[in-house]
Write a protein that binds this ligand. Structure first.
Ligand code: B12
Length: 231
């Protein structure tokens, strides 16, 4: 119960903090998503992209709009089908604006990214693309169970594992993952991210992660920090 309370307070605080763009634009974008107006979604993204980079566009417009839609769904004001279609529309356009890989960097740890027992894939896609565009090479495990990820991390000799989850039960599964990695003596740094960690600032420590990133840019900083501390 207390966990849910912290979570709810976190959602409200996050929605306040995320009002970073012109509220009218954000509302227009949200309405376009909810009414499945593909053309309006495209036009608004195009308008915003003339002044912002693709990543800023995602962080300042797409993420807050989807967060708010999730909140509205929870409050019973929008239907799950609208949440679903909003997610699909954003996925469709985000795919076209994400930057391409840039392979300048060579010396780096073995890295992989996975979505743990969760069906929310858009955040992982964004983090993966931003890391590759910043010169990091990493494996994409897609959606995996705890046992699958443990055996893949072992086989690929992964040094840094990034985990994306959007639901609280999936976040709590990271505890099992950590325990199984420890049992097998696999030393891998765990970086976690996604809605539950943004809503509850201490959750990443409770599940045994080594770090938490609120967005893709923070993932870059954390990895760079790990690399520097190893040299
Ligand atoms: C779109 C959406 C869906 C879509 C997903 C489509 C898809 N292919 O991804 C659909 C409709 C399928 C869906 C289904 C469900 N959903 Co949903 N969904 C959302 C919503 C509205 C937006 C998620 C999203 O795509 N955001 C945009 C991306 C870009 O942002 P992001 O994922 O947060 O990622 C950013 C950061 O978090 C971070 N990040 C993410 N991962 C990582 C990893 C690392 C390592 C780092 C550093 C950073 C990082 O960087 C990203 C870029 O900034 C959220 C609301 C929310 N507040 O998040 C609810 C939400 C996640 N859903 C929720 C729920 C409950 C469900 C369902 C259970 C509903 C149901 N009753 O069926 C199902 C579950 C499906 C399943 N079996 O897993 C809840 C979870 C609540 C909880 N306590 O666990 C939320 C929070 C809504 C709410 N407010 O209640 N959902």
């Amino acid at each position: 119960m207390w966990r849910y309370f912290i979570y709810r307070m976190g959602v409200i605080a996050l929605l306040e903090a995320e009002k970073m763009v012109d509220e009218t634009l954000l509302e227009e974008f949200e309405q376009a998503l909810l009414s499945l107006d593909r053309l309006a979604v495209k036009n608004l993204l195009t308008k915003f992209s003339s002044s912002e980079s693709p990543i800023e566009l995602i962080e300042k417009l797409v993420v807050p709009a989807l967060n708010h839609i999730g909140f509205e769904w929870e409050a019973g004001r929008v239907a799950l089908s609208q949440v679903y279609m909003s997610g699909r529309l954003c996925e469709e356009f985000v795919k076209t604006i994400l930057p391409h890989a840039d392979f300048k960097r060579k010396d780096q740890p073995n890295m992989a990214i996975a979505v743990l027992e969760d069906y929310h894939l858009l955040g992982k896609r964004v983090v993966y693309s931003v890391l590759r565009a910043s010169g990091f090479e990493l494996l994409d495990y897609g959606r995996v169970t705890v046992d699958e990820v443990v055996s893949r991390v072992k086989a690929d000799q992964i040094d840094i594992l990034l985990i994306s989850v959007l639901m609280l039960p999936s976040a709590l599964r990271i505890k099992d993952l950590k325990a199984k990695l420890n049992q097998q003596g696999i030393a891998v740094k765990l970086i976690v991210g996604g809605a539950p960690f943004r809503f509850d600032a201490n959750l990443w420590k409770e599940v045994g992660a080594d770090a938490m990133g609120k967005n893709a840019s923070e993932a870059i900083n954390i990895i760079t920090h790990f690399m520097e501390s190893q040299t």
